[in-house]
Design a protein around this ligand. Structure first.
Ligand code: NAP
Length: 343
C-alpha cells in the first residue's frame, strides 16, 4: 500500500477542482484569517455557476509590493484589500478611481492586461446598506466617530450622497481635520456632544471589536474640538468578573445612551455583531445596524466588477446569516429604517 494512501483530502469540493482554467481572486490583509470575504465570494461564484476560486493571503506589510506584483504575474483576476494594506494598494496601482485618488486608499485591485486598477467600495458599500433599509443620507445630519480609512470612506460617501452636515469626532484631532478636508463645505470637526442631534451616527473605530480596540500608550484626544484641547478617553472599562477588560460602550467621548428613537446608529464593526455601543443605542430606542451589510455590498460590487455579472445577494446574505447570535437581531440582515419617534 502506498505511503500516501491515508492522506486525507482536506475537504476539497472535488478532486478535479480547481482546474487549470479556474479564475483565481483573493483578499490580502494582515492578519486576514478572520476574513468573511472567502465565504462571501466563493458562495457567490458557486451560486452564479462560475469557475472562480477565492482565497485569503496573509501578507505582512513589508511584502505588499512583492505580493501585488506576484498576483499580477500569476494572472489573478483581482484582490480585495483589507487592513493594513489599503493605502499601500492605492500607491501600487497604475490606475486609480476618483474615490481612491481622494481617499489615498483602495479596497479593490483588478489586474487588467498589465494594468493594476484600484477602486474603493467601502463608502459605496455603506451607502448600499443604508439605502437598502430605506435611509437616504441626502439632507441629513450625520456624525462619524473615527478618522481612519473606513471613517474617511464613510465621510466622502455621505458627502457625495448629499448629506446636509457631517461632524467628525476622533481621538486624534489632526486625523479628524484630514477627514474633514475631504469635503470642507459639509464636513467639520466636532465635539462628542454635537452627535446628539445627528440623524445618522457612524461608529468607525475598532474600539468596539471583540477584545476591545488596540490600546494606546500615547496621549489621546477626548474633546476633538477646533483648539486641539486634549483629555483622556478610555477605550476599555476596568476589568470585569472574568478579569478581562470589558469593552466600554463610550467611544471617543461619545456616549450611545444619548441616542434614541428617530436616530440611526451604525457600527462598522460586525464582530461582535451587537457591540456595546450598538446595544446601548438600541436600548435607548435608536435603530441600529452593524457593518456586515457594508461588507456584503462592497463584496457584491467587486464581484460585479470582476465578472461583469449581477452578484447573488440573497445567497451571500444567507452564507453569513448564521454567524451572528440572536442578540444582533435587527443589526444584521434585511432591515427597515424606523424614522418615527420624538427626539
Ligand atoms: P484605521 O484606519 O486604523 O483607523 C482607526 C480609527 O479608529 C482612527 O481614527 C483611530 O483614532 C480610531 N481608534 C482606534 N482605536 C480607538 C479607541 N480605542 N478609541 C477611540 N478611537 C480609536 O481603521 P479603519 O480601516 O478605519 O477601520 C476602522 C474599523 O472599521 C475597524 O474596526 C474595521 O474592522 C471596520 N471596518 C469595517 C468595514 C466593513 O465592511 N464593515 C470596512 C472597513 C473597516 P486615532 O486617529 O486617534 O488613532
Amino acid at each position: 500500500m502506498s505511503e500516501f494512501a491515508e492522506i486525507p483530502t482536506g475537504g476539497r469540493p472535488t478532486a478535479a477542482w480547481p482546474r487549470a482554467t479556474t479564475a483565481v481572486a483573493g483578499v490580502i490583509g494582515f492578519p486576514v484569517r478572520h476574513s468573511l470575504s472567502p465565504l462571501l465570494h466563493n458562495t457567490a461564484y458557486a451560486a452564479m455557476g462560475l469557475d472562480w476560486s477565492y482565497t485569503a493571503f496573509e501578507v505582512p506589510p513589508a511584502s505588499l509590493a512583492q505580493a501585488v506584483a506576484g498576483a499580477a504575474a500569476l494572472g489573478l483576476r483581482g484582490l480585495s484589500v483589507t487592513m493594513p494594506h489599503k493605502d499601500g494598494a492605492a500607491r501600487l496601482a497604475t490606475r486609480r478611481s476618483v474615490q481612491v485618488r481622494r481617499l489615498g486608499a483602495a479596497n479593490t485591485l483588478t489586474f487588467d492586461q498589465g494594468a493594476i486598477v484600484a477602486e474603493s467600495y467601502d463608502g459605496e458599500g455603506l451607502l448600499d446598506d443604508l439605502r437598502d433599509g430605506g435611509f437616504d443620507p441626502a439632507g441629513r445630519r450625520c456624525g462619524v466617530i473615527g478618522a481612519g480609512g473606513a471613517a474617511r470612506a464613510a465621510v466622502l460617501a455621505l458627502a457625495e450622497a448629499g448629506a446636509h452636515e457631517i461632524v467628525v469626532v476622533n481621538r486624534t484631532v489632526t486625523a479628524a481635520w484630514r477627514a474633514a478636508a475631504l469635503a470642507p463645505t459639509v464636513v467639520r470637526v466636532g465635539r462628542p456632544d454635537d452627535l446628539r442631534r445627528a440623524d445618522l451616527v457612524i461608529q468607525a473605530t475598532p474600539a468596539a471589536m471583540a477584545g476591545g480596540g488596540a490600546p494606546r500608550d500615547t496621549a489621546i484626544v477626548g474633546q476633538s474640538d477646533q483648539t486641539g484641547r486634549t483629555g483622556p478617553v478610555p477605550s476599555t472599562a476596568p476589568a470585569g468578573e472574568g478579569g478581562e477588560p470589558e469593552v466600554s460602550a463610550v467611544v471617543s467621548g461619545v456616549d450611545p445612551s444619548w441616542f434614541g428613537a428617530g436616530q440611526l446608529v451604525v457600527d462598522l464593526v460586525y464582530d461582535p455583531p451587537l457591540s456595546p455601543f450598538l446595544a446601548e443605542a438600541r436600548r435607548q430606542g435608536a435603530t441600529v445596524r452593524n457593518g456586515l451589510g457594508m461588507l456584503v455590498y462592497q463584496a457584491a460590487r467587486q464581484i460585479r466588477l470582476w465578472t461583469g455579472a449581477q452578484p447573488p445577494l440573497s445567497a451571500m446574505w444567507a452564507a453569513v446569516a448564521d454567524l451572528p447570535p440572536a442578540a444582533s437581531e435587527g443589526a444584521t440582515g434585511p432591515w427597515t429604517w424606523k424614522s418615527t419617534g420624538q427626539r
